[in-house]
Design a protein around this ligand. Structure first.
Ligand code: GAR
Length: 201
């Protein structure tokens, strides 16, 4: 059997992208193993889902800030991830900015999925921003995480047309359907060596 890449998934919410990654690991289309799931939200659905799937999971207190981890939390997150043996970290709806020591511990090994065609509409509720702007196509982006907000090198994008009568919610639903295909497929290409980080812009 070919080697499985060890990944950790971080999420703050519903966990639908996490489930798509777990399903792809189970059906063999993603040559990876989820070794840890962490949330910064105690009662997040992603943690319940991880328990149902019998995957190691943990709530880790994010600390005093609203948009990032404080120093103690950062140390806790990094230690838990290193202990789990994770080689890559996949963010799946993790709503805090990662910085300094975290990114140094997993240099060029942190991937995110964002619900817009970056560099358009970084930040929160990107589907709502896109809908309000009146774009005719939107989508999702899988990218490397760097020190900026949704600015890292792009690995893959999926296009979702905006249709007549769309609300921000209906657009987000279709973007999420695309995310659930694009994220596992892109990670599989990365772990199979079809995408090389060194060659990205
Ligand atoms: C996803 O749509 C993801 O792209 C977005 O949060 C949602 C999480 O859904 N992430 C961001 O906005 C990050 N800036 P999920 O918990 O069901 O996977």
């Amino acid at each position: 059997m070919s080697r499985k890449t060890k990944i950790a998934v971080l999420g703050s919410g519903r966990g639908s992208n996490f489930v798509s990654l777990a399903n792809a690991c189970n059906d063999g289309s993603l040559p990876a193993e989820i070794v840890m799931v962490i949330s910064d939200v105690k009662d997040a659905r992603i943690l319940q889902l991880a328990q149902e799937l019998r995957l190691p999971s943990k709530f880790i207190e994010p600390g005093k800030y609203r948009t990032k981890l404080d120093e103690t939390a950062e140390t806790d997150y990094v230690a838990t991830l290193l202990n789990s043996g994770a080689e890559w970290v996949a963010l799946a709806g993790f709503m805090r900015i990662l910085k300094g020591d975290f990114l140094r511990a997993f240099e060029q090994k942190v991937i995110n999925i964002h619900p817009s065609l970056l560099p358009a509409f970084p930040g929160l509720e990107a589907w709502k921003q896109a809908h309000e702007y009146g774009v005719r196509v939107s989508g999702c982006t899988v990218h490397l995480v760097d020190h900026g907000i949704d600015t890292g090198s792009i690995l893959a994008q999926g296009v979702v047309p905006v249709i007549e009568g769309d609300t921000p919610e209906s657009l987000h639903r279709r973007i999420q359907e695309e995310e659930h295909k694009l994220y596992p497929r892109t990670l599989a290409r990365l772990f199979n060596g079809e995408i090389s980080i060194g060659q990205l812009v």
